[in-house]
Each structure stands twice: as C-alpha cells, then as structure tokens.
Write a protein that binds this ligand. Sequence first.
Ligand code: KG4
Length: 342
Amino acid sequence: MKILAFESSCDETAVAVVEDGRRVLSDAILSQADMHALYGGVVPEIASRKHVEAIAGLCDQALREAGITKSEIDAVAATYAPGLIGAVLVGLNFAKSVAYALSVPLIPVHHIRGHVAANYLAFPELEPPFLALCMSGGNTLLVDVKTYTDFALVGATRDDAAGECFDKAARVLGLPYPGGAPMDALAQQSAGGVYELPRAKVEGAELDMSFSGLKTAVVNLAHNAAQKGEALDRAALARDFTRAVSDELVPRTMLAAQRCGRKVIVAAGGVAANSILRADLQAACRREGCRLYLPPLRLCGDNGAMIGAQGYYEYLAGARADMSLNAYATRDIDDPVVSYAR
Ligand code: KG4
C-alpha cells in the first residue's frame, strides 16, 4: 500500500511516499531554517507562507522520486496536530485536496506519533510495545506505546520542551538557530563541571519534567557575566547545560520503562540527535538491561516519511478523516481527534 504523506507542522515542508509503513520510496524535504535564523526563531507567519510556496512542488518531487504517478497512490496521510496552527493548516488542506481529487482515504496523523514511527523506517524488527522518549522543538513526552495506535502518556514537560530549551540557551551563547546541533558541537569541546545548573522536580509527578528554570538559569548566567564584563566558558556551559537536560530526561525514561514494564526504549524527535543524550541513554539502557533504539540522525528531525509510516498503521487501525478535519495547535498523543472505524 502506497501512502503519500504530508508534514508541515513547523519549519520543514515535507512530502514522502511510503510503502506498507516501512519502505521509503521518496522523502522530499525543504527546510526554512535559514529564513527563520535571521530572527533567532521560527516566525509563524513566515512559516505558513513558505509552506504555501513549497508544497505543490515538493508533492510533484515526491511522486517523481518514488517513480510513481498519482493514480498509484492508495491513501493520503497528513499531520493534523500539534504544531504552529497556520503551518499545520497548509499541509493538511493540501493533503485534503489531493485525497479528494484522487478519491482515496485521508488519514490523520499526530505529529509526535510520526516521530516515534520514524524508528520503524530504520529498524524493521521494531514493533510495539515499548516506551518512547519523544523530544522535539515543541514537545517532550514519555509515552507507553502499547500498540501501533494505542499510546498512553506517562510523563511530559510542564512548561518548555527540551528542544526549545536548547534553542534559547544556544541563542544566549551566540549560536545560530536552530541551536541544538551547534550546542552539541560546542559541548564536545569541554568536559564541563564549571557551572551549577538546576534540576527540576515536579512534586507528586515523578515522570513529569520542567525545562523553564534551566532555560532561565542559563539566560541569567550569561546576562550576569556580560554585566560584570566576565568571559563565559561557553563550551563548559554548553556541556553542563546538556548534562542538566540529560539528567532531566534519562533517569525519568528508565523509571517510566520500569513502571510500564517495558524493556525496549525508543528515542524520537529532533533532540534525539544529541550525541551526549544518545550516549547517556545507551549507558543507562546497558546498565538496566534494556534494548535501545536511537533513530538515525536523518530521521530525528521533521520529515514526511515518518508521517507515511505512522499513517499506514493508523490506516490499518481504521483511522479516517473527512473534509471537515481541522488542524490543532495542541492535541494529546493519546487523544486522537478522529475515531477509529473498526
Ligand atoms: O523534531 P524536530 O525537528 O521539530 C519539531 O517537531 O519540533 O526538533 C527540532 C528541535 C530543535 O529545537 C533543535 O534545536 C533540536 O531539535 N535539535 C537538537 C539537536 N539537533 C536538533 N537538540 C540537541 N542536540 C542536537 N544535536
């Protein structure tokens, strides 16, 4: 079954063709990051406009690179939530029009479910159940993935996402947007141990996280140093910051896996590209006898193939949308807006 998949929730326009949820026939992506870098972060209005400009061409490119024509498409999948509302609307409305014109089913896909499914493309043997640590620019979640379409949220950030925290910390260190990858490179240059940064605890909710205090601490450190005319050890700060993010994420992931009775852990989302986090997750999983799946770097960030992968399993479970489907800026991963017609 060939699915034409659309992703436009943030600053990547992406269209892919995926066969049977596991085989990528094409994966066309156009990043707008350079454009937003001028402003130090994503400008929603610009993101929407750039999606409009790019999406038709990317759709043609995805079909051409897959070596198929429109008539060979069996279904259309699209991200319907969460994301920048104007941005999500562009991909979703384009997907609706394609599904309508081709008279094929329209499959709604939750963006974070897509990030988890990116792993299915890289690891043919991977199947639920497992515990997923999802960390992207806008979301940070711990999810018990019981089946391909049955997700239970077990922990989440109460404020900022890990990626947002990386991006803001990077900005005060003078690094370009998006800041995660440059922070990663900078952190490699130091062993750290210079700056004391806070670790948050959410009272009564051991699996929930908070990154806003850490973000503020880095901002304050940088401002205080600037006011006193002191030089920052930027590499050490990047390292100590990443260590603090890891301390927030890795122990909670292991605890969540234990509580859910899972021995398989899957990482997902843009922040899963971080080399220190990857090493820390590997070490923790080795220590506790868990099998760890880390997506290859090209599948950590937003892409259309992951929407095609999850779309396939949503299709099998009976998820269908009609032309009334709306886009949502926020939507829980375990609260599908479209019912499953089994
Ligand atoms: O999943 P993603 O591509 O987009 C969303 O769905 O949000 O995640 C983007 C986030 C950005 O905040 C970016 O700075 C971060 O992933 N990121 C990283 C790294 N590469 C990308 N964060 C830490 N280390 C990295 N190597």
